[in-house]
Design a protein around this ligand. Structure first.
Ligand SMILES: [Zn+2]
Length: 471
């Protein structure tokens, strides 16, 4: 069965590439309303494509509609944004697994355009890669799944599992997909959510991401005197809110890079020895990392490596400070207030709302009586940790090995957040399988985005085998 699939995919390569090129030509930039009609064209292209593969109930959900009925099921949509493309094939029966494939067909803006060697929406092949905006993030990656399922359909007239496809058009702008998911839990019910929207740690090293950090965010405002003062008249007698804020910020971490907020680390899940050993073996070169960043030395929590610090330990960063006079020339103001935006990347099992509260309480505690402190707690996403020994991940590893003819499949974590993964986990109770096909030098979000052809074809093979293994 797998041989048949692989033989077929080999023959279809050229065809698949031509179709991807077609999709990449549509400038689906979600954040710029000039491209709204392209967004619609992209959604329609995908709807037709998914229909042709043999999916049922293939629907474009216009988010601007309040509620949209299709028969069945009833889909209630969210209020704003770009269309969602949904399709399903549920004929594998109630005992078969149900997989939800998530992807996004919207792309990042292309500026600065003059740095592109070839135009972002005129896909070009060179150096074994296809260059175009969206080639890796995420059109090329989710397209692998469509082609894999099409192969099953063409060869066997059916799919090995039940499949629901959910493609959104707002991932790169302000996504409202969470609302759609919350309103359509029954429709989207599944055993696993499969997402191909991540990178490998290095070329030739298929990587499965099993944990993501979350984020807790606060904005703090320190107010001193009731108006801006003259520093000649008042300087030396009245506390300066900028300096007070700076001193409060400097108390958030100690000289060993530890966050000093009381009970901050209470719920942190420590890395296992197994994980620490695996991280050590990953192809990560600290010298190149420093060179790439243009820094002479790195700094972080003592006792942890760079990968551990960014993937599995909480961090805290100030994103901006506002206050006083920053214009041209010298103005001797003793400002009335200063503010800062501060966030913490949190790890399993820390909770964003609790961490926001701990940061806020601590800032209020350490403030001197000369100022008033207000903290806005904005809590964002929670962290994610997927069971590495679950059936889905095991199948993904096997599929990678076979499709890329390698024994070298590694586990990795990611320091950032993929909010939708948390939503699948919390709302649908579905673990996510982050089966990415991208490479670190794909230049996603930058000029000259590319997707390695070997990873495109290999990604299709991986997906085809993966679904076969889950039956
Ligand atoms: Zn993406």
């Amino acid at each position: 069965m797998q041989k048949k699939l692989l033989d077929y995919l080999e023959i279809e390569k050229e065809n698949h590439l031509m179709q991807l090129i077609d999709l990449l030509k549509i400038p689906t930039i979600s954040s710029d309303s000039k491209f709204n009609s392209a967004m619609k064209r992209g959604a329609t292209w995908l709807q037709n494509h998914i229909k042709e593969i043999g999916f049922n109930n293939v629907t474009i959900i216009e988010n601007r509609d309040k509620v949209k009925n299709i028969n069945p099921p009833v889909i209630s949509a969210n209020k704003k944004g770009h269309p969602i493309v949904y399709g399903e094939w549920l004929e594998a029966g109630p005992n078969a697994k149900t997989i939800l494939i998530y992807g996004h067909y919207d792309v990042q803006p292309v500026d600065p355009i003059n740095l592109w060697e070839t135009l972002p929406f005129e896909p070009t092949i060179r150096n074994g890669k296809i260059y175009a905006r969206g080639s890796s993030d995420d059109k090329g990656q989710f397209f692998c799944h469509l082609k894999a399922l099409e192969a099953h359909m063409k060869l066997f007239g059916k799919l090995p599992v039940n499949v629901k496809i959910l493609l959104e058009g707002e991932e790169e702008s302000d996504s409202s997909l969470d609302e759609f998911i919350i309103n359509n839990k029954e429709l989207l019910k599944c055993d696993y959510a499969v997402i191909s929207d991540t990178e490998w740690i290095a070329p030739d090293t298929p990587s499965i991401c099993y944990a993501l950090r979350g984020i807790a965010y606060v904005e703090v405002k320190v107010t001193g005197p009731n108006r801006d003062l003259h520093s000649g008249t008042f300087g030396g007698a009245v506390d300066n809110p900028i300096q007070v804020l700076a001193s409060m910020i400097s108390k958030l971490k100690d000289e060993h890079g530890k966050i000093t907020i009381p009970n901050f680390y209470d719920d942190v899940l420590e890395l296992t020895e197994e994980e620490r050993n695996e991280f050590k073996k990953l192809p990560f070169n600290e010298e190149n990392y420093k060179k790439d960043l243009g820094v002479a030395a790195l700094n972080g929590e003592a006792g942890y490596s760079t990968l551990e610090r960014t993937w599995a330990r909480p961090s805290l960063d100030v994103h901006g400070i506002t206050g006083g006079y920053t214009g041209e020339g010298a103005k001797t103001v003793l400002p009335s207030w200063a503010s800062a935006k501060i966030s913490s990347r949190i790890v399993p099992h820390q909770k964003p709302n609790e961490i926001s509260k701990k940061i806020a309480d601590y800032l209020r505690d350490i403030a001197p009586p000369t100022v008033k402190v207000e903290v806005d707690e904005l809590h964002y996403g929670g962290p994610v940790l997927v069971n590495r020994h679950g059936e889905g991940i095991t199948a993904a590893i096997k599929a990678f090995k076979k499709a890329f003819n390698t024994q070298k499949v590694v586990f990795m974590r990611e320091g950032g957040s993929i909010p939708i993964v948390t939503v699948f986990e919390n709302e649908l109770n579905a673990p996510s399988i982050l089966m990415g096909f991208g490479l670190p030098d794909d230049n996603i979000h930058s000029p000259n985005e590319s997707f390695a052809l070997e990873n495109f074809f290999g990604g299709i093979r991986t997906a085809a085998i993966f679904y076969d293994l889950l039956k």
